[in-house]
Design a protein. Structure first.
Length: 435
């Protein structure tokens, strides 16, 4: 059977090769690429083809003929239905190995960069780590004649669906967030106070309790605080703040380690997580953030921590760096010693060339998406930067997400260069990992 005759509904036997970014195992059948959720690497399976795309198929497991040694029973009763986690069926060592593979595959396939040294993925507590979540409430059915009396589901989207998986307890959530989930369910009872059939709640836990937004009478909705090392951060549930407190101090230390000098620039600076740490090592820090609520929180956090050498600028990063490059050419600005950039999942493609033109001696790129990271690193390498170190943090165990920290330095004397199509970094070619 070839990929031309393989069709939805077919039942076939396959052997998986590895785990792809997204969490699905990959198998090949007579030229056809098949993605299979909830499978492990090196398993022999009987699957049914469930979906056909232009360049690949999707399949679901009917029977596991030869399970992987990494396969385990998932710790959550909702796994497989709830879309929040993708890797609970793998033991933790296999999850970490898969995530290193995600990074390597993206670097080679998208960035055309082969990195020989080990990429250590720092582990986290497997469960109970998550302190931020978006809860979805759904009015399932009206009860009686009153329009505000209803059967209500509270939880997360089902896998590849807009339906809500009703969750009474989530093992990856912190105690504080599970309390928020329980209190929310108890407070609402069977009353639906919202317009429409669905409503989203941003929930977060701090060092002393939880808060939700938008507010619901009777439930906490105020500011939260979190201590990271010797710094204190204040934030609201609706503002982005890293959700794995267990690794947050180590993440900050990895970013600022061995960094010091005159000027540091923190792009996509959020509430000031890295800016405040950098302020203790640099004479001046400029923090650039476009989101008004995050800028307000950053200013408050700088004041709380009695920091006087950080300037927070509310601006589009793309526009600000473009203007900085112009001022650099006019000699009205100085090149920074360090740029830290921690962009959203989509990466920094709109700004990355101008970031390179800022002529910073060093860059630290913090990324939550290996694919957009690899794309942006390719640009930085093409503009004359060299990769010095790559590390990773498992901020989201049980899921396919991974946080990567890449350190680069500028080969100023050499200027820009045009590397070969596939650049070897710190050694000989390494094999591709994953799909």
């Amino acid at each position: 059977m070839s990929d031309e005759t393989l069709k939805v509904g077919d039942t076939i036997e396959v052997t998986t090769e590895g785990i792809a970014y997204g969490g699905d195992a990959v198998a090949r059948h007579e030229g056809a690429v098949i993605f299979i959720p909830y499978a492990a690497a090196d398993e022999r399976l009987v699957i049914q083809i469930t979906e056909q795309k232009k360049n690949f198929f999707r399949g679901s497991i009917i029977r596991v003929l030869e399970p992987s040694d990494a396969r385990r029973d998932p710790p959550c009763e909702y796994f497989g239905r709830c879309g929040g986690c993708q890797l609970q069926h793998l033991d933790y060592a296999a999850q970490l190995s898969a995530k290193e593979g995600f990074i390597r595959d993206a670097l080679e396939r998208i960035g055309r960069i082969e990195w020989q040294p080990q990429i250590k993925v720092q582990p986290s507590p497997e469960l109970g780590y998550r302190t931020r979540a978006r809860l979805t409430l759904e009015k399932v059915a009206q009860v009686g004649d009153a329009s505000n009396q209803a059967s209500i589901s509270i939880g997360f989207n089902e896998a590849r669906s807009k339906s809500i998986c009703d969750v009474s307890f989530c093992p990856v959530l912190s105690d504080g967030l599970n309390k928020a989930l329980s209190d929310l369910r108890e407070k609402l009872g069977g009353t639906w106070p919202f317009t429409g059939r669905a409503h989203e709640i941003e929930a977060a836990a701090g060092d002393s309790g939880y808060a939700i937004q938008p507010p619901i009478p009777g439930l906490s909705s105020g500011k939260l605080n979190c201590n990271v090392g010797d710094a204190t951060y204040v934030f609201e549930p609706s503002i982005f703040f890293q959700s794995n407190r267990e690794l947050l101090r180590d993440l900050v230390e990895a970013v600022i380690a061995d960094q010091k000098g005159g000027l540091a620039i923190d792009l996509y600076s959020g509430v000031g997580l890295f800016s405040i740490a950098l302020a203790r090592r640099f004479e001046r820090v400029v923090a650039v953030e476009s989101e008004s609520s995050a800028v307000k929180a950053a200013i408050e956090n700088i004041a709380i921590n009695r920091i006087e050498n950080v300037r927070v600028i509310k601006a589009s990063v793309e526009e600000w760096v473009k203007n900085f490059v112009r001022r650099l050419k006019e000699r009205t600005a100085e090149a920074p010693g360090l740029i830290v950039l921690d962009p959203p999942r989509k990466g920094a493609s709109a700004a990355i060339k101008d970031v390179a033109r800022m002529k910073s001696a060093k860059i630290v790129y913090v990324s939550c998406d290996p694919t957009t990271l690899a794309r942006d690193l390719r640009t930085l390498v093409d503009c004359g930067y060299v990769l010095d170190d790559i590390g990773a943090f498992d901020l989201f165990p049980q899921t396919y997400h991974v946080e990567t920290v890449v350190k680069l330095s500028r080969a100023a004397e050499q200027g820009s260069h045009s590397p070969s199509r596939r650049e070897k970094v710190n050694g000989t070619k390494t094999g591709r990992t994953g799909a």
